[in-house]
Design a protein around this ligand. Sequence first.
Ligand code: SAH
Ligand code: SF4
Ligand code: F3S
Length: 467
Amino acid sequence: MTERAQSDIAAESQGAILSGEQDLRGKTFFVKTFGCQMNVHDSERMSGLLAGSGALPVNDPAEADIILVNTCTIRDKADQKALSDLGRIRMVRKDGPENILAVTGCMAQREGEEIFRLVPDVDLILGPSQIRNLIPLIETVSSGKTRVNGTILPNPEMTTPPALRPGGATAFVTVQEGCDKACAYCVVPSTRGAERSRPVQDIVNEIEMLVRSGYSEVTLLGQNVNGYGKKGDAGGALFPDLLRKVEGISGLKRVRFTTSHPVDMSHELLEVMARGSKIMPHLHLPVQSGSDAVLSRMQRGYTVAQYREWVSLLRKVVPGFSLTTDLIVGFCGETEEEFTQTMEVVAEFQFEGAFSFIYSPRPSTPAFSWGTLPPREVSVERLERLQKLVESQSSRRNEAQMGQTVEILVEKWDPENRVAMGRTPQFQNVRGILPPSWGEPELGDLLKVNIEVASKSGLKGTCTGRA
Ligand code: SAH
Ligand code: SF4
Ligand code: F3S
């Protein structure tokens, strides 16, 4: 636990206890997180609520009075991981009627009461859009020692309780929650509810507070972050307006955002990215497939040609632009020819990075009952071919950077080896060795690194100056 995190706890404890929340002073809590950045940040907000009520975080579930397992359910493997972790935690958790085991997150929301059958000693379940109710629900469990199902509560208005972040140079900030798209394979609209956007001023206030407490970079989070405000729920502001406001915050060095959707791209966003000095030239824009027929079955709402149009514009107007993506293989009915089209777009777009997955049918999604899956071994082989292609592209690109000087924002410092770790504006991981004559860097410093080693896992070199 860093010093900053402890002072955050103290500050927040006072605020929440004064506001009449349950007093959890003397209690300890442990949070285990699976899944995407939204889930990581939900865990930070739930930790903020617990710390705000006086409880203290611990690193070992065996020592915790309150245990939260914040789950993901995007693919079957995610469910299996969470369930096996719950099995392990059950074995080590403290005995005693006052202790609480809660399952939160997307798997809790999807499975509902079924969780109580799968893991009999769970006391509380709670979905992602209910995290603000965590403390009152813990109170209900403690007072009656009954199981509580928070997943049946209605979707509340968007609220963002104070987060307890681990410290460092970079922080997640929620700007939008939920998803109104209807991708045929995806469970997120049903686990996270309808899209809702947070008021601009709330976001600006939170980021100003983060800058005051030493953060240098923020990543704005939303399932469809570039669809921010589309429903008119941010007082008429849209995503480019929000970016302009955030960029104006003095002391803030870098702004990132994820995840963007091709359908919600706009020329105004391109303009802001092209001109913005603090807005990093990196976009995570999932394409999912290189076949129009598959994209249509997936109900993604765009064609490869439309995606290509945005990519060529971005590469033209945003200096140093870098593109990463998500890809699914083995979707319902995917033929060898359709898969080949995915290989072709990967070769064409030269993504700087790609997460790729085998389609996993999810209960309660439209595609669940369609069947027509390619045989498992075919999908496994397609994924291997795809990942080999992505890796060979990134090795080639990394090698091409040998001898170049890049700029990193220091996120970690290893004093023993004198290595500063950080990312380039394009989101590449870099390890930079500091010359012996230099003093220690601060987290959030911008350093120039001359690249001398390029490997699969990233770039390494020597720091040559401060930016
Ligand atoms: N909101 C984001 C990402 C959501 S989930 C977006 O729309 O792009 C992250 C990634 O998981 C998706 O982009 C998709 O590639 C993958 N994914 C989602 N559902 C899946 C499923 N049922 N099987 C396999 N991969 C899936
Ligand atoms: Fe899922 Fe599609 Fe929404 Fe992304 S846009 S969260 S893939 S439904
Ligand atoms: Fe998983 Fe939910 Fe994120 S299903 S990927 S934790 S939105």
